[in-house]
Design a protein around this ligand. Sequence first.
Ligand code: 5AD
Ligand code: SF4
Length: 488
Amino acid sequence: MARDIRRSLVDKILSSLLKKKAQTLISTGMSETVSTSQSLGQKRLHIKTYGCQMNVYDSERMADVLRPLGYVMSDAPEDADLVLLNTCHIREKAAEKVYSEIGRLKEMREDKEARGGGRMTIAVAGCVAQAEGAEIMNRAPAVDLVVGPQAYHQLPELIARTTRARGERLMADFAADEKFDKLPVEREVSGPTAFLTVQEGCDKFCTFCVVPYTRGAEWSRPVAQIMDEARRLADKGVREITLLGQNVNAFNGADKSGAESTLSRLIEALAGINGLDRIRYTTSHPNDMGDDLIQAHADIPQLMPYLHLPVQSGSNKILRAMNRKHTRESYIELIARIKAANPDIAMSGDFIVGFPDETDKDFEDTMDLIRQVEYASAFSFKYSKRPGTPAAAMPGQVDDKVADERLKALQALIIEQQQAFKAGLIGRTIDVLFDKRGRHNEQGIGRSPWLHSVFAEDAAHLIGQIVPVKIVALGNNSLQGELIKELV
Ligand code: 5AD
Ligand code: SF4
């Protein structure tokens, strides 16, 4: 009952967010900033990306949107004509970083103008823009433009407006699914691996999480559109794609006939694209891990044997309070089924320590679950209280020092398991996709099927190829390998 009430409250907040008129441009009419017209021809664009892989994808697509306007990417914010901060709202620290970065950019802008370098436009994109757009406008007058994650296809128009209106500052709001129809089909690729967003948003409403509010309701791209993007990537030499979604295994994009597809069917279709030899997907929710998807890990060789499946906690009491809608037992049983389908599969996960009312016993349950599952890698976080989420109002907020200690202990256990997994690869020959040069001796750096960095001498000429490599030693965060001479 209580959960129903909370759910309906949350639904109300969400639907009010979603019902905001698509493509609304809110002019704040402030005139603190004065635009000079940008010089014709090349303009320098600097993008700083915070947060998850979806933001990395979005940043690349923002660059694609702006390229036809003459923007070229620059590593140097101090010389940039346009700086885009693509922000993350998931934890407080990530959100706060944005404001200090804006302060630094403001000084850079003053220096640039004093040098006669012309004006720097400062834009805030991503989830902080979505969640705190109006606050950014008030708190950071240096910002010219705020654009949410569903509206960045409108950047050319928005930038033109900030320039034309000489100091008018603009906010672009939620525009949901039309973004992908409007993005340019051409993507610039920077190597043999690429991200491809197939699903956005989340309907799960874990009580600690802002994603359902910042990214909106679950929505999937149509299959044909994804296939087209994937084919273009493969034509440009991409060998490995990672399908992205906040709840990617809830993918239900429309197929050609208009019927709902599934992630496993999408993967099967993608596996038929010539040149696309590796497929990954992230992030998944345990409750959307259907039998067909589990079977895909047995049947589709292109699907990499690595699965990021967050559980967050190993305590049933905490899982309930988190509104995860699964138990530790159902999670462990699910992993057993996945490993039965493909014994080579390595697990990854996300954990939160210090969730309200987490006792030593609850934490010990989490450690115990980690010992049972044996992760090849995992991300762990101290609970961060996010305004507006149900958990923020829960009693029993955990002392910071206690949470710090738990995080340290959990990370030590994960590192131990990570090292043990890597040690088990020594002496084995594994497939490595080389994707960049190392520092010396024609060294090449590649990726193992389980996402480790693998270093090998004399492999720089193999970039873009998948070759067998014998693992000979462990690095800190990597593996050292040797090419099998007769095979290359
Ligand atoms: N505090 C700490 N970690 C969080 N995550 C999401 N929200 C919070 C929060 N409020 C973590 C979860 C999620 C990952 C992307 O970030 O573990 O899976
Ligand atoms: Fe957030 Fe993931 Fe839970 Fe959705 S499923 S609310 S994105 S933690």
